[in-house]
Design a protein around this ligand. Structure first.
Ligand code: AKG
Length: 412
């Protein structure tokens, strides 16, 4: 059945047909036809009638719908499903088209799944892990989720399919240029252990064998698309660090210094740092569990000062064998991390391996434990990232500015 073939001339039904069209255009990528749609339980009877009147095929909740129409609250949709939200999303996912009519608002909210493939020693995701992934999906409570759990998933943060493909190309082309230059100096990034050991360079640093950190040189339009997304993420991170206006803040007199605006001024926006890409090559092993930065002090749990935004791009997100990034929920907290690292079963109980689709992103507190999953596919997996941090924080990066991959051949 073609879901959107309503011929009604009634105003309300026309409007719903418009909403239905918007669902196809904005919610379901690529203009696919929706055959099965369900309204969630809270949907009132008139809504159900209008949905049906617009020619949408209403099915019972137990069956798997293509799209669920949601009136309010957290989407109760099958994993991997798609939710068309009929209320204003609190987060404007930077550029995601939102359709507003007299009484409807449609925005995309996709539900992220967990990696069902797994790998030793972790095994495939179980129902608990799926549930944990769901609790991390952003929306209204994105900042709170980030603050409390150490990460938040922002489904569909970048929606421009062309920009996403182009971001992936940029990363892979940057990597390939470095690889070829290094090959001339006897370093073969594809065959670790053979030839000369790679070092860290201005353009590329090794994370470990077959996983490289490439300073991303992005085409202007791609950079704009990612910067817009990073700003949205930075606003979420800033909110996460601003738990509530402290009654003590009047005493923070030092905020008159260095161009700040005094104790009562809102906190300054977090900075979005340079963009880069982690490229995992076929054969990359599971990465060691690590955090990207230490706590500033270890006698007190402070709000985050440094966050990372990982954006899934290109084709590899559709291949689960290519892997993505795994996290240990709550481990950005000193007390939780101390407990969990005491034995492996604790880590397993907090493990999440979200399966992001291209355009989905994960924003995390850089103190959280995480690791890249192995790449068992035949594809090079690019993941674009941005550092987001307090203005005073500087991450000592792995790149070595004193040596370029393009000079490495000359210096051998
Ligand atoms: O490869 C990944 O997915 C994650 C990489 C990562 O976390 C890192 O290199 O610090």
């Amino acid at each position: 059945m073609d879901a959107f073939s309503s011929s009604s001339s009634d105003d309300e039904e026309d409007e719903l047909a418009e909403v239905a069209k918007a669902i196809v255009e904005h919610v379901v990528r690529g203009g696919a036809q929706i055959a099965r749609i369900s309204a969630c339980e809270e949907a009132c009877e008139p809504l159900r009638r209008r949905v049906a009147a617009a020619g949408l095929h209403l099915i019972p909740d137990e069956e798997a719908p293509d799209v669920v129409l949601q009136t309010r609250g957290v989407p109760r949709v099958r994993r991997g499903g798609i939710v068309a939200s009929l209320e204003p999303p609190v987060l404007d996912f930077g550029g995601v088209p939102v359709l507003r009519t007299r009484s409807w608002i449609v925005a995309r909210r996709r539900v992220v799944t967990a990696d069902a493939f797994g790998c030793a020693p972790w095994g495939p995701a179980d129902a608990d892990e799926h549930d944990r992934v769901e609790t991390c999906c952003g929306g209204r409570a994105a900042a709170r989720t980030l603050r409390e759990r150490g990460l938040v998933i922002l489904p569909g943060l970048v929606s421009d399919a062309e920009a996403l493909a182009s971001l992936a190309d940029d990363a892979l082309e940057n990597f390939e240029a470095c690889r070829l230059a290094l090959l001339n100096s006897g370093v073969d990034l594809l065959r670790p252990g053979l030839g000369r050991e790679p070092r860290s360079y201005r353009e590329l640093a090794m994370r470990e064998d077959l996983r490289c950190d490439v300073r991303a040189c992005l085409a202007a339009a791609d950079e704009d698309a990612f910067r817009q997304a990073a700003r949205v993420a930075a606003a979420v991170a800033r909110e996460a660090t601003t738990i509530q206006a402290s009654p003590l803040r009047r005493g923070n007199y030092g905020r008159w210094n260095f161009d700040d605006s005094g104790p009562l001024a809102p906190p300054r926006p977090l900075r979005v740092g340079a963009f880069a890409a982690v490229v995992s090559l076929p054969g990359a092993a599971e990465q060691a569990l690590h955090a990207d930065t230490p706590h500033l002090f270890d006698h007190v749990q402070l709000p985050g000062h440094y966050f990372n935004l990982f954006l899934a791009v290109g084709d590899t997100p559709v291949d689960p064998l290519a892997g993505q990034t795994a996290f240990i929920l709550d481990s950005h907290r000193l007390d939780v991390c101390a407990d969990l690292t005491a034995d492996d079963s604790g880590l397993r109980r907090h493990l999440v391996r979200p399966r992001l689709r291209s355009g989905d992103a994960v924003l995390f507190d850089a103190r959280i434990l995480h690791f890249g999953l192995p790449n068992r596919s035949q594809l090079r997996r690019p993941m674009i990232y941005a550092n987001i941090h307090e203005a005073w924080f500087v991450d000592p990066k792995n790149w070595d500015d004193s040596l370029s991959v393009f000079d490495a051949a000359a210096t051998t």
